[in-house]
Design a protein around this ligand. Structure first.
Ligand SMILES: [Zn+2]
Length: 416
C-alpha cells in the first residue's frame, strides 16, 4: 500500500451528516459496551492467531493453505465460512436474510512468504517479526478478533448484516482479483453496499480515494547469437536499456502526482551471448486516469523507438517487441458522499485518533471506482519494514484499533 496524504477532515464538517451523534449513540449500545469490555481479554489470543496465520505461506496466487487455515479458525468460533470461486474466505454474520451487508475485508496474500515457520517469530517484548506480519497479518488477525467479538451482535436491530472476508490477490500482480470478484461476480456482491478494508497497522489514515495504476511487461525478442561471432545482430538487452532510458524521460507531474518505475528487468543467458529475449516490468501510477493514459503512450513510444533504433543499426535479423498489460487498478477521486469514511472520521474524533483522509492503492479501489462507499483503514498497533524480510508488528495499541473498528462497524450497521 502506498500512502499519499491529502487534507484532514475535521469533525465539524460532519455535523450536518449527524455522524458524531450516531457515534455517541453507538457507544451507548449494550452490544458495543460488551464487545469493548471483551476486547482486552482477547488480545493475547489475537496476537497468537497472527503468528500462526503468518506462518502459513500465502504468496499472491497461492493463498489456498492460508485460506483453509483461516476457515478452520472461523469454524472453531462457530461461524460458517466458505471459500468462493476466487479463493476468498467469506464469513456471513447474518441478522436477517433481507438486509444488505457491510463487508469487512482483509487481504490474505503477501509479497514475501516464510520458507519455514521459524521465519515468523515473537521477540521477548511481544514484537512479531517476519514476512507479511503487518501487511496483512495484522489485518487478518483483526478479522479473526472481530469474528470472536461478534459472536454476540453489536446492534440489536441492525440495518445491515456483516460479511467478513479474507480475500486473495491484493498485492502486485494479483491486480485486486479477490476484491474484484467480490464486487463484480460474487453472489454477495449485489448485496454489499459498504466496504471497509482493513490493511496494515497505522491508525492515521482513512483511505477514501483510489490511486490508480497500470502495470506493463515489455518483452523484446530477437535471433540472439555469440557475443563475438555474431556481433552486430540486434541486441534485446541493449534495446531494452534504450527503451527504459527514453520512458524515464517522460514528463511526470507532481500535481496530480504521477509516477513511473521499472521494477523488474530480466534477460540473457550468459556473459558471452547476445540474448534472444529481454523484458521489463513497469508500474505507472496516478490519481488521474488521463495522466496514466498519457504515460502509457510515452512507454509505448519509447519501446517502439528504441527497438527501431536497434534494428536500424543491426547487421542482420530483427527485434520484435510486445507491451502487455499485466495490471490495472482503477483510479477514483473521493465520492461526493462516502458514509464509510464519514463514519470513521467521526469515530476518530470521538476516540481522539488523529487521522486524515488519503489517497492510496488498496482493495478499496474497486468499490470506490464502482461508486460504492468504501474506505481502507489500519487496525492499530505499530508496524514497519513492510514487504521486506525484516517486517515487524508490535501489538501495543491494538486495543484502540479494535475499539475503533467495533464502534465504526456498529454505526455502519445502524445507519443507512
Ligand atoms: Zn496490504
Amino acid at each position: 500500500m502506498l500512502v499519499q496524504p491529502r487534507l484532514t477532515v475535521s469533525a465539524p464538517d460532519l455535523g450536518a451528516l449527524n455522524w458524531p451523534r450516531s457515534v455517541a449513540d453507538a457507544t451507548a449500545l449494550a452490544g458495543v459496551g460488551r464487545a469493548w469490555r471483551r476486547t482486552k481479554h482477547h488480545l493475547d489470543w489475537i496476537n497468537k492467531q497472527q503468528v500462526a496465520l503468518c506462518r502459513v505461506p500465502a504468496p499472491t496466487f497461492a493463498e489456498r493453505a492460508r485460506g483453509e487455515h483461516l476457515s478452520a479458525v472461523f469454524s472453531e468460533l462457530g461461524h460458517c465460512p466458505s471459500i468462493d470461486d476466487a479463493g476468498n474466505v467469506v464469513v456471513p454474520l447474518v441478522h436477517s436474510a433481507r438486509l444488505p451487508y457491510v463487508a469487512v475485508t482483509a487481504h490474505m496474500d503477501t509479497i514475501l512468504a516464510p520458507s519455514a515457520p521459524d521465519d515468523v517469530r515473537v521477540k521477548p517484548d511481544g514484537t512479531i517479526t517476519g514476512p507479511g506480519v503487518t501487511d496483512n497479518g495484522a489485518g487478518l488477525a483483526t478479522l479473526l478478533g472481530l469474528a470472536r467479538l461478534l459472536s454476540d451482535p453489536l446492534v440489536e436491530n441492525p440495518e445491515r448484516n456483516v460479511l467478513l472476508v479474507a480475500n486473495v490477490a491484493e498485492e502486485g500482480e494479483g491486480n485486486l482479483r479477490g476484491i474484484r470478484y467480490l464486487v463484480e461476480d460474487s453472489p454477495y456482491g449485489e448485496r454489499i453496499d459498504r466496504y471497509l478494508v482493513v490493511d496494515g497497522a497505522s491508525l492515521n489514515h482513512i483511505t477514501d480515494a483510489a490511486l490508480g495504476s497500470k502495470r506493463f511487461e515489455l518483452v523484446i525478442d530477437g535471433p540472439g547469437g555469440h557475443s563475438w561471432n555474431d556481433f552486430g545482430a540486434p541486441h534485446p538487452v541493449h534495446a531494452l536499456a534504450g527503451a527504459i532510458t527514453r520512458m524515464t524521460r517522460a514528463r511526470l507531474p507532481t500535481q496530480p502526482k504521477t509516477t513511473l518505475s521499472v521494477g523488474v528487468v530480466e534477460g540473457g543467458t550468459s556473459v558471452n551471448s547476445i540474448p534472444t529475449s529481454a523484458s521489463a516490468k513497469i508500474d505507472v501510477r496516478s490519481v488521474n486516469p488521463a495522466e496514466i493514459r498519457r504515460v502509457q503512450q510515452a512507454v509505448e513510444e519509447a519501446a517502439r523507438k528504441a527497438v527501431a533504433a536497434e534494428n536500424q543499426n543491426a547487421s542482420g535479423g530483427r527485434l520484435g517487441c510486445v507491451l502487455r498489460e499485466i495490471g490495472n487498478r482503477p483510479a477514483a477521486p473521493p465520492l461526493p458522499r462516502n458514509p464509510v469514511a464519514e463514519c470513521f472520521h467521526a469515530v476518530d474524533f470521538h476516540l481522539q485518533i488523529p487521522s486524515a483522509s488519503d489517497c492510496s492503492s488498496t482493495d478499496a479501489n474497486v468499490p470506490l471506482a464502482a461508486g460504492i462507499p468504501a474506505a481502507a483503514i489500519g487496525c492499530g498497533g505499530l508496524g514497519g519494514n513492510v514487504h521486506a524480510p525484516s517486517e515487524w508488528y508490535a501489538p501495543k495499541g491494538r486495543d484502540l484499533g479494535l475499539r475503533r473498528l467495533l464502534l465504526g462497524l456498529a454505526c455502519l450497521q445502524m445507519r443507512s
